[in-house]
Write a protein that binds this ligand. Structure first.
Ligand code: GLP
Length: 242
């Protein structure tokens, strides 16, 4: 595991973007596993700026996202589909048909989970970008999720809903369920790229990187992957013991 400690959010974004840029320059047909939340926004901004300058093209790139709320219309301003369109897809030259997210509006969610697993297995992401929840979740795999889980629907922890309430007009509006790529699917990516910022992530980072590998901290499974790059700001790294 390679752990890089940066000064601030901008430097985290720049260093993490470097990993993505190198992946796409080395393989213009790369498959990128993408994430939502505030952590990747700076990375997406850099991707868009570089693409506009003609330095990197996403014309042959495919993407798979980690997760989606259940029950929000696709064009809802807080759906993860909309987030990805606004923050990235509409700002780079990627083909819409090459971008994939789980469908939280599917009438048969079980079938949707199976479809998504098969899709991710066929695409085999070259790099999977990850944020981390304050409780150590990755994607929406909450504490206690089995490490061998496939794509599944999950009831969000109250603390996760509270953390995400800042994007909604009230806590009540935050969906209670989500569909998420399982830990098995996340671990199937060739490389994992975890980014985290701020002291509110320092406990989760200390447990994920320095604690026991245990399902009570889903991100601790990263210790078992052979190719992981972690980019943290000083605050997120502040409780690491090494
Ligand atoms: C959300 C997402 C995760 C994300 C996490 C942290 O619940 N499902 O994929 O990594 O929260 O988000 P943020 O980067 O905004 O702190």
């Amino acid at each position: 595991m390679k752990i890089i400690i940066a000064n601030d959010y901008d430097e985290v974004s720049r260093l993490a973007y470097g990993v993505i840029k190198n992946t796409v320059l080395a393989n213009p047909n790369a498959v990128l596993g993408l994430a939502t939340g505030s952590s990747p926004v700076g990375i997406y901004k850099l991707m868009a700026e570089d693409c506009a300058r003609g330095e990197v093209s996403y014309k042959n790139v495919k993407t798979v996202n980690l997760d989606e709320y259940v029950g929000l219309p696709k064009d809802h301003e807080q759906s993860y589909k909309r987030f990805m369109q606004d923050n990235l897809f509409n700002r780079i030259d990627i083909l819409p048909e090459n971008t994939h997210l789980p469908d939280g509006t599917a009438s048969d969610l079980q079938a949707e989970c199976s479809r998504y697993d098969a899709l991710v297995a066929s695409l085999k992401p070259d790099v999977q970008l990850l944020g981390i929840g304050r409780n150590g979740h990755i994607a929406f795999n909450e504490p206690g999720t089995p490490f061998d889980s496939n794509t599944h629907t999950i009831t969000l922890e109250e603390s996760t809903r509270v953390a995400n309430a800042k994007y909604f007009s009230s806590l009540n509006e935050v969906p209670r369920k989500a569909i998420t790529l399982g830990i098995k699917g996340i671990m199937s990516a060739k490389r994992l790229l975890l980014v985290a910022n701020g002291t509110e992530k320092s406990d989760a980072i200390a447990r994920a990187l320095g604690g026991p590998v245990d399902e009570s901290c889903p991100a601790s499974i990263l210790q078992k992957h052979g190719d992981v790059v972690v980019v943290l700001d000083k605050n997120a790294a502040s409780k690491l013991k090494f």
